[in-house]
Design a protein around this ligand. Structure first.
Ligand SMILES: [Zn+2]
Ligand SMILES: [Zn+2]
Length: 263
């Protein structure tokens, strides 16, 4: 499996992806908003885009579909619940479905509600596990729930699916928000030495050559995975006086999500 991470340099800071089979050159485009860059990257590599995967229905993820389909004839794949929201969808995806790319690539569909209720993350198994996580999980952060999502569902997705993936899983999110998210982590957990050490380099990072984190690193720097950290809880109790001494992880997650909305 070859992964090409494409920085759009737009104001939403989107990442697009091409995933290619090294044997056949067939490629899957994930959220190819910047259709020109995606088509140019495929051409430069000698790849043929045969499928498009929209992680969810938001326009900053689907807005390049028409142009990529017009140029390549690619099929459009998305969560089955997105069929009334994404024009021209060819295949509705459910949990456990497999997307094949060429002869060598197989990606498992995870049904990951929360950011929206029609959100798919793609999981690559094998020696180099990876997760293409759209707007569900960001580097050092979590998706918001403002436009068709639910924080309860987002917590359940984090706890029951994402947190259980192998530690070595490479994380490929839909946007570059790492610097701002690290700042939020440090606001919530000022003694997080790892986040503190990373922030200066990440603030200067060129998103065209981004750090690719692992799930293990996320558990260290992403406050939405640090729900039992004593300093996260202590800081949260200062903000919410009604919080018990030992709040359950779901309560911590929901309060963090609430604070991040206004932060
Ligand atoms: Zn979105
Ligand atoms: Zn987005």
């Amino acid at each position: 499996m070859i992964v090409e991470q494409i920085w759009t340099a737009n104001s939403y800071r989107n990442f697009n992806y091409l995933i290619a089979c090294p044997q056949t050159g067939e490629a899957l485009a994930i959220d190819p908003l910047d259709h020109e860059k995606c088509l140019a990257a495929a051409k430069a590599k000698g790849w043929t885009i045969t499928q498009i995967l929209n992680t969810h229905e938001h326009r900053d993820h689907t807005g390049g579909n028409d142009q990529v389909v017009a140029a390549t004839g690619a099929k459009v794949l998305a969560h089955v619940n997105a069929k009334d929201k994404i024009p021209g969808m060819d295949r509705g995806l459910r949990a456990g479905d497999v997307i094949k790319v060429g002869k060598t690539v197989e990606l498992e569909c995870l049904d990951t509600p929360g950011h929206t209720m029609a959100h798919i993350c793609l999981r690559a198994h094998g020696d180099h596990p990876a997760l293409f996580c759209g707007d569900t999980l960001f580097n050092a952060g979590a998706g918001n729930c403002h436009n068709g999502g639910h924080p309860n569902e987002l917590y359940n997705t984090f706890a029951s699916q994402l947190a259980k993936l192998p530690e070595a899983t490479l994380i490929y999110p839909g946007h570059d928000y790492i610097a701002r998210n690290l700042e939020f982590t440090l606001d919530r957990e000022p003694d997080n030495a790892k986040a503190k050490a990373m922030l200066p380099a990440m603030a200067k990072q060129d998103p065209a050559h981004p750090l690719v984190t692992t799930l293990k690193l996320e558990t260290e720097i992403n406050t939405f995975f640090r729900l039992t950290s004593p300093s996260v809880i202590a800081r949260l109790r200062a903000a919410f006086s009604d919080l018990p001494d030992h709040p359950d992880p779901k309560t911590v997650f929901l309060k963090l999500r609430e604070l991040r909305n206004k932060w």
